[in-house]
Design a binder for this molecule. Structure first.
Ligand code: BTN
Length: 261
């Protein structure tokens, strides 16, 4: 059972400026944003046992039933160099989760571009990164990660657009959530230090789900079909389309699906 004490203990080695453990909250991203507005430092962490208004990308809901998942947000204050690579923060979260699941749990986790994490082609983790600006000045970035840990966290098929799974179904035994969180934070720190480096792109691309396969990408501009070839240096997706040419799709408002049947 994760509680404030076990969490603080598992995270002690990170020297985080603050760890806020909440039994229940609307959304950890919103809570972290309030803390950021009040001056919270880079690395401030908000972890909730339960979210009642968890948010996903594109205004979707994200369910976090008590005791079964990891729902957390980090307050980030990007450096000048990182601001130039802001679009890579969401993939960074996906890569960090993937890295932790691979290294610490022996799972063949993959990143569904741009940042979801899949286990056996089912979604186990979603990422919601929100940048807050005041005019042209970046105030902070809130990086929110939701990881399905036990089967109770997996929404019923009728509630999801993409098939879902959880970490425990992947490993076949129960998982201590605070240890998983520690593994993700360690990976996040180590990949953040290499954000946008050749090894970052190489790794992201190596772990990219559906690479070489036909996929559909839905965007406000319409539906695009092509063979997924990799990622571009700005984080957009590279697709080889029917004409043989390569097209890039940027991260805003897109849904990626494998072509089935
Ligand atoms: C998605 O797949 O659409 C993204 C889901 C992101 C969920 C996490 S859970 C912690 C943080 N708080 C939120 O309200 N959302 C993110």
């Amino acid at each position: 059972m994760m509680d404030e004490y076990s969490l603080q203990f598992a995270l002690a080695r990170f020297n985080l400026p603050a760890v806020h453990y909440l039994e229940t909250v609307g959304s950890t991203n919103d809570y972290a944003q309030h803390l950021a507005e009040a001056g919270a430092a880079d690395g401030t962490l908000v972890v909730a046992e339960e979210q009642t208004r968890g948010r996903g990308r594109l205004d979707r809901r994200w369910l976090t039933p008590a005791g079964s998942a990891l729902a957390f947000s980090l307050v980030l204050r990007p450096s000048a160099g990182e601001i130039e690579r802001l679009g890579l923060f969401a993939p960074l979260c996906g890569v960090a989760v993937c890295s932790a699941l691979r290294q610490d749990y022996g799972l063949e986790a993959e990143v569904k571009w741009p940042n979801d994490v899949l286990l056996g082609r089912r979604k186990a983790c979603g990422v919601l990164v929100e940048a807050h600006w005041m005019g042209s000045e970046l105030q902070n970035v809130i990086a929110g990660i939701g990881l399905n840990v036990s089967p109770a966290s997996v929404p019923p098929p009728s509630e999801v657009l993409f098939p879902a799974t959880c970490v425990e179904d992947g490993v076949g035994h129960s998982v201590e959530r605070e240890h998983l969180l520690a593994a993700v934070l360690a990976a996040f720190g180590s990949w953040r230090a290499r954000l946008g480096s050749p090894v970052f792109f190489e790794t992201w691309e190596n772990w990219l789900a559906f690479k070489g396969e036909m996929v559909n990408v839905e965007s406000p501009a319409g539906l695009l079909s092509g063979r997924l070839s990799g990622v571009a240096p700005d984080g957009s997706l590279r697709l080889r389309i029917a004409s043989g040419s390569e097209q890039t799709v940027s991260v805003v408002d897109v849904r990626l699906r494998p072509v089935t049947g």
